[in-house]
Design a protein around this ligand. Structure first.
Ligand code: SF4
Length: 446
């Protein structure tokens, strides 16, 4: 470790780059809260900022390459302003091979997903001239409560209910970058949600890699459906969403709670990944296509109009034409409202990356194309079925694509664009669907 010339006292401002999933979006809100707690304020651009933070994602190498590209730009920027500090965190920072690689990028601070709360102290050490300051925990400690956060505004907020994952799907790096599953105490979650309601938020999305296993390891005997019911008792919160559910832990109790609790929205994201039992086994997913089908049918029987979204990977090592056809068959049987679809890409450090029979990219690309064509057609058909019908929506504000219109989200997690006065932002209203597209709907105030 060398001593860097002490940064001249100047306007302490930050700029945060966020990559990846909702968990990272929420972590960036905490990072901003911590920075504002130690005298930094938000800069409008990296050029302006005295501290640039990378909150990274390592789910695929393509995600990492994007980060290295931006890091190259920022280190070039720092050559013009040597006092700038660069902090590198998130899932990539948890990986030893990445920390090795970062040496040549000369970043000032490296912190991990398990010790975000230490950031203020690490920055102080860098400001005092230590370089580089590297502090990454490879084992999770107890959950720090409460942590400050600077939220991104709006009427819908993300709330972490648990961290980490114990499932070790063979293609996934998350258990290595986010540690073992640990649930927050229900009282801390409820306290946070009460504060959100007082701040005017109408909707919360409960976050976890596998929310269905919430409560395991807590002294208090509580599970995820119990928590949903507790959250629904918070005055001011009108809607509750959650992500992500693992099919193997999708219980009847959860389905009943979704059906009976009017505040829990009729949408669930249940990652299927593949429709082939042979591939599900190789993925170490812990369920069969029959189980997945039975759970989605149970959802539909118990919750009319429930929207089901999913994640699907094609081109997993060894995936035969028949395995792929099994996936297409499941997509036709389940008829997902929407799906995130991916070509398998080997992720160093995972079991699947070591597997034989890695498929050629042309095969993966052609299968991804066939899958998306099928899924988009199904999504459009389902959306067309909503034309002329009414949906309850939370008005989020001006649409990004057409600021003269308002954007909103239905209980089934559909984006609905319509014309209306700006001052209804934050309200829950009814709209009539006038036109359907694959990824969004258009409507008018009912
Ligand atoms: S459930 Fe599987 S895919 Fe999801 S985070 Fe855990 S290991 Fe990764």
């Amino acid at each position: 470790m060398s001593m860097r010339p002490q940064a001249k006292e100047h306007d302490k401002s930050y700029y945060v780059y966020t990559y990846g999933c909702q968990m990272n979006v929420r972590d960036s809100e905490v990072i901003r809260g911590l920075l504002e707690g130690c005298g930094y304020h938000a800069a409008s651009s990296p050029e302006e900022a005295s501290l640039i933070v990378f909150n990274t994602c390592s789910v695929r190498h393509s995600a990492e390459n994007k980060v290295y590209g931006k890091l190259g730009e920022i280190t070039a920027l720092r050559r013009k302003d040597p006092d700038k500090l660069i902090a590198f965190g998130g899932c990539m920072a948890q990986l030893p091979e990445v920390r090795q690689k970062l040496k040549k990028h000369n970043v000032d601070i490296i912190f991990g997903t398990l010790n975000i709360h230490e950031l203020p102290g690490l920055i102080r050490r860098a400001e005092e001239g230590q370089h580089p300051v590297v502090q990454v925990w490879d084992k999770a400690g107890s959950i720090i409560e409460p942590l400050p956060s600077k939220r991104s505004g709006g009427y819908s907020a993300f709330v972490n209910i648990m961290f980490g994952c114990n499932n070790f799907c063979s293609y996934c790096i998350v258990p290595y970058t986010r540690g073992r599953e640990r649930s927050r105490e229900a009282r801390d979650i409820i306290k946070e949600i009460r504060e959100l309601a007082q701040a005017g938020y109408k909707e919360v999305t409960l976050l976890g890699q596998n929310v269905n296993s919430y409560g395991r390891g807590l002294d208090e005997p509580i599970d995820f459906p119990d928590l949903l019911n507790m959250v629904s008792e918070v005055d001011g919160i009108e809607r509750i969403r959650f992500t992500t559910s693992h099919p193997k832990d999708l219980s009847d109790k959860l389905i009943d709670t979704m059906a009976d609790n009017p505040k829990v929205c009729e949408h669930i994201h249940v990652a299927m990944q593949s429709g082939s039992n042979r591939i599900l086994k190789l993925m170490n997913r812990g369920y069969t296509r029959e189980h997945y089908l039975e759970r989605t049918m149970a959802l539909r029987q118990r919750i009319p109009g429930v929207a089901i979204s999913t994640d699907i990977i094609v081109g997993f090592p060894g995936e035969s034409e028949q395995d792929f056809l099994d996936t297409l068959d499941m997509v036709q049987k389940v008829r997902f409202d929407s799906a995130f679809t991916f070509m398998y890409s080997p992720r160093t450090g995972t079991k699947a990356a070591e597997m034989e029979d890695q498929l050629p990219v042309e095969v993966k690309r052609s299968r991804l194309h066939q899958l998306t064509q099928l899924q988009y057609a199904i999504a459009l058909e389902i959306n067309r079925g909503l034309e002329g019908k009414y949906e309850e929506v939370l008005v989020e504000g001006p649409s990004k694509t057409d600021p003269s219109k308002l954007t909103s989200r239905s209980r089934t997690n559909r984006i609905i664009i319509f014309s209306g006065p700006d001052d209804i932002a934050g309200q829950i209203i009814r709209v009539k669907i006038t036109e359907a597209r694959t990824f969004s709907l258009f409507g008018e105030i009912a």
